[in-house]
Design a protein. Structure first.
Length: 188
């Protein structure tokens, strides 16, 4: 798979995961300091559901951006991904492990951005006014952190989809050049 093919797949994942991005941009659902604990619980459940949906449908998004006739088209990508999980379970788990590793690195990057550009500050008015919120959310800094988290999350999902694509096409690595090992599979 060429870098251009991967970037097209990443773009498709980024567009397909826009509901996840919208959720990440809502501090009331993603941070307890911006909202209530019950809103945070709703936000976390939505986050898990949207991440799970993104991972499940990542092959379809990749196939939209980089189809291969017969094996890796939007209508056949889920079937091909299931086949990879059935026949090459170890390799599929490695692909999923890569997703988790990159996602974790994204969380670390988001934390570093949050430390460099804090998104929350104490509200000095809360000391004298009991109705004032305890925290002030700096939304531009919060949005910057959300953008970094979203970018790395979509890279993780796109890498997972690219690896499943390579396995479905019979290649040993997603970046393998030359003809694939599978019979009748078109090269990128």
């Amino acid at each position: 798979m060429s870098l251009v093919t991967f970037l097209r797949g990443w773009a498709a994942v980024a567009v397909g995961c826009l509901p996840l991005f919208a959720l990440m941009l809502l501090p009331q659902l993603m941070r307890s300091r911006a909202g209530s604990e019950s809103l945070l619980m709703v936000g976390m459940l939505l986050l898990v559901a949207l991440l799970a949906a993104a991972i499940v449908f990542a092959p379809v998004l990749n196939a939209i951006a980089a189809p291969v006739a017969g094996t890796w088209e939007p209508r056949t990508a889920l079937r091909s991904a299931r086949e990879v999980w059935r026949r090459r379970t170890g390799q599929a788990w490695l692909a999923f492990g890569l997703l988790v590793l990159v996602y974790g690195a994204g969380q670390a990057a988001g934390y570093l951005v949050g430390e460099a550009v804090p998104y929350v500050h104490d509200n000095p008015a809360a000391a004298t006014d009991p109705t004032a919120p305890l925290w002030i959310i700096d939304y531009p800094a919060y949005a910057l952190q959300a953008v970094v988290l979203y970018a790395v999350t979509t890279v993780a999902i796109a890498l997972y989809a690219a690896r499943l694509r390579s396995l479905a096409l019979g290649r040993s690595a997603p970046w393998a050049d030359g003809a694939p090992r599978g019979a009748g599979v078109a090269a990128d």
